[in-house]
Design a protein around this ligand. Sequence first.
Ligand SMILES: [Ca+2]
Ligand SMILES: [Ca+2]
Ligand SMILES: [Ca+2]
Length: 127
Amino acid sequence: MLSAGRILAAAGLGLSTIAFAPVAADATPQAGLVITHIKCNEQEDNTGADDAYLVVDGSTIWGPVQMTTGDSKDVQNVAVPQGKVLTLMEGDWPDDDDNLGAKTINGPGDYTFSDDGSNYVVTVANG
Ligand SMILES: [Ca+2]
Ligand SMILES: [Ca+2]
Ligand SMILES: [Ca+2]
């Protein structure tokens, strides 16, 4: 009796795991946009590397990563929701971080951030 009960319990767990899978799939964003690359044509800091990071809705979605003029880095397909504002920031200490620009992400393409004397190009692709 005990062993039969355990088998039933195990089967029940297996079924509930399967039942939850479609729920998790529904919760993931629609086939969306991803950041695939960032290029630094002109860094913001005068000395040392920039500490570049990308922000959406107040949350850092990538970085900080050290970048200097001429650097070109692949990004591991970081999701960025369509229609959201993507902000490129540059970390400083002890003074405040610098806002290098904000762009509304409307689709795949190259987005240039060029505030504060910098020039970065962020590439967005279909995920
Ligand atoms: Ca700076
Ligand atoms: Ca800095
Ligand atoms: Ca600063």
